[in-house]
Write a protein that binds this ligand. Structure first.
Ligand code: SF4
Length: 339
C-alpha cells in the first residue's frame, strides 16, 4: 500500500466522497497535507536535481479529477485506457514511465470515478455489439492506492455488469484483497508482473516481493478472475535459467487445478531506448542495468523510435527456454507472446 509523504488535494477535489475518505485516512498520520488553491502543484514537490525530484515526486499523492474525458486509445492490448490513476509509487530503474511522467513523477488518483465510468459506457455503446476492452494500468500501477481509492473495486463491479466490455490491469503489488469477493463475472483480467528475486531486489525498488505477487495471483485465480502473468523484463545474467525456472516452479506448485480460465503468460525480454537510457542515468546514476549498446541489436519500432534488444541468438534462447518451461509445467495455460 502506498504511504505517501505528502498529499496534494487539487481545488474542488474534496467535493468528492473518495477524496474526503483519503483525507480522513491520512489526516492524523505523519503526512503533509496540502490544499491547492491554484494549478501550480509541482511547486509543492521539492528537489534540487532530477534524482531528488524523482524521489520526492514518487512519494507524492495528488488527489484530483479527470477533466478531459476523452480516453486515450491503447492498442494492441485494449481499445482504451481507463484513466483512474496515473503514476506509480514503485521505483523500477528500467520503468518505461521514467520518460513519460516529467521531472516529478507524482501519483495522481482521479476521484470522479463515476464520470469516468459513464464515459466508458459511452465508448462501449458506440461499439456494440463488439466488445470494448479497457486497460487500467497503461500509465500507472493502480493497485497500491486501491485500499483507499476503491476505484478498481467500482470499475470491476461496473464491468461485471456489462455484457459488451472487458477490463484488465497489471500490477507489481499485492493489495488486492478488497477485490476478491466482487461480482466480476469474469469480465476483469488481473495480470501480475513477476520476476526473479534477483531482478526485483536489484532493480524494482518499493514493489512487492516475488512471493507476495505470486500469492496475490493465486488469490485472484481462486476468486475466479481470469489471471495472467507478465514475466518482464527478462534479463540474461549468471544463473538466469535456474532462477526463472524456480520462479515458474513456485508458481506452478501454488496454482490450484481446475481453474475456469486458462492462465495466460506474456514474456518480454529487456529492451531500452536511448532516451530512456539517458534518463535512467540521471535518476539512477549508479544503476547496473545491462545497457551497453554494443551488446545489443538496434531494432526500429513501430512508433518511429528504435530500441536496443538482445541479439538474435540470445532472444532465441529466451524464447526456447520459456516456451519449453511453460509447456512442461502448466496444463491449463495460454502463452500470448514471448518477445
Ligand atoms: Fe514502473 Fe511498474 Fe515499476 Fe511502477 S511498478 S515503477 S509502473 S515498472
Amino acid at each position: 500500500m502506498f504511504k505517501p509523504k505528502r498529499i496534494i488535494f487539487e481545488k474542488d477535489s474534496l467535493d468528492f466522497e473518495a477524496a474526503r475518505n483519503i483525507y480522513e485516512e491520512f489526516k492524523d498520520k505523519d503526512v503533509e497535507i496540502i490544499s491547492l488553491t491554484s494549478n501550480k502543484l509541482k511547486q509543492h514537490i521539492p528537489g534540487v536535481d532530477l534524482a531528488s525530484q524523482y524521489g520526492e515526486g514518487k512519494r507524492t499523492l495528488v488527489v484530483g479529477t479527470k477533466k478531459s474525458l476523452k480516453f486515450q486509445t491503447c492498442k494492441p492490448s485494449a481499445h482504451y485506457q481507463l484513466p483512474l490513476v496515473s503514476g506509480c509509487m514503485g521505483q523500477c530503474e528500467y520503468c518505461y514511465l521514467n520518460t513519460m511522467l516529467g521531472d516529478k513523477p507524482y501519483v495522481k488518483v482521479h476521484v470522479n470515478v463515476d464520470d469516468i465510468l459513464n464515459q466508458a459506457q459511452k465508448y462501449i455503446d458506440e461499439r456494440v455489439p463488439d466488445t470494448t476492452v479497457f486497460e487500467g494500468a497503461a500509465t500507472s500501477d493502480p493497485v497500491p492506492v486501491e485500499p483507499y481509492t476503491h476505484a478498481l473495486e467500482k470499475s470491476i463491479i461496473f464491468f461485471g455488469k456489462s455484457e459488451n466490455s472487458k477490463f484488465r490491469f497489471v500490477t507489481k503489488y499485492n493489495d488486492i484483497d478488497s477485490l476478491l469477493n466482487l461480482e466480476h463475472n469474469g469480465h476483469t483480467e488481473m495480470r501480475f508482473s513477476i520476476n526473479t528475486s534477483s531482478v526485483i531486489n536489484k532493480y524494482e525498488h518499493f514493489t512487492a516481493s516475488r512471493d507476495k505477487r505470486i500469492e496475490a495471483g493465486i488469490k485472484a485465480s481462486m476468486a475466479g478472475y481470469p489471471v495472467g502473468f507478465l514475466i518482464a523484463p527478462v534479463f540474461i545474467y549468471e544463473g538466469w535459467k535456474e532462477e526463472y525456472h524456480d520462479l515458474l516452479l513456485e508458481l506452478r506448485s501454488r496454482l490450484p487445478d481446475g481453474l475456469k480460465f486458462p492462465v495466460t503468460f506474456e514474456v518480454i525480454s529487456h529492451r531500452y531506448t536511448t532516451t530512456a537510457k539517458n534518463r535512467i542515468a540521471q535518476i539512477f546514476p549508479h544503476n547496473e542495468l545491462p545497457m551497453n549498446d554494443e551488446d545489443r541489436v538496434f531494432k526500429y519500432g513501430q512508433f518511429g523510435y528504435g530500441k536496443y534488444v538482445y541479439p538474435k541468438e540470445s532472444l532465441d534462447e529466451i524464447k526456447g527456454f520459456f516456451a519449453e518451461e511453460i509447456e512442461n509445467l502448466f496444463s491449463n495455460k495460454e502463452v500470448k507472446y514471448i518477445i
